[in-house]
Design a protein around this ligand. Structure first.
Ligand code: SF4
Length: 62
């Protein structure tokens, strides 16, 4: 699974708080993805982070 952050991200930090090994808030206030491919053991957490993103900015690519 790969993750794409859309430019609608508002930097709320929810994803980083949930899965800090995958998401990180940058200095410009938007989230970035730290991994090319999500480790299998974190896939469920990343799916939940995508569902919980208030701006639906986390796109998952299987
Ligand atoms: S939860 Fe969504 S809006 Fe908030 S920082 Fe992450 S990608 Fe951006």
């Amino acid at each position: 699974m790969r993750v794409i952050i859309k430019d609608t991200c508002q930097g709320c930090g929810t994803c980083e708080a949930a899965v800090p090994d995958v998401f990180q808030i940058q200095e410009d206030g938007s989230a970035r993805v730290l991994v090319d491919t999500v480790p299998e053991q974190l896939e469920q957490d990343v799916r939940e982070a995508a569902e919980n993103c208030p701006t639906e900015s986390i796109e998952l690519v299987d």
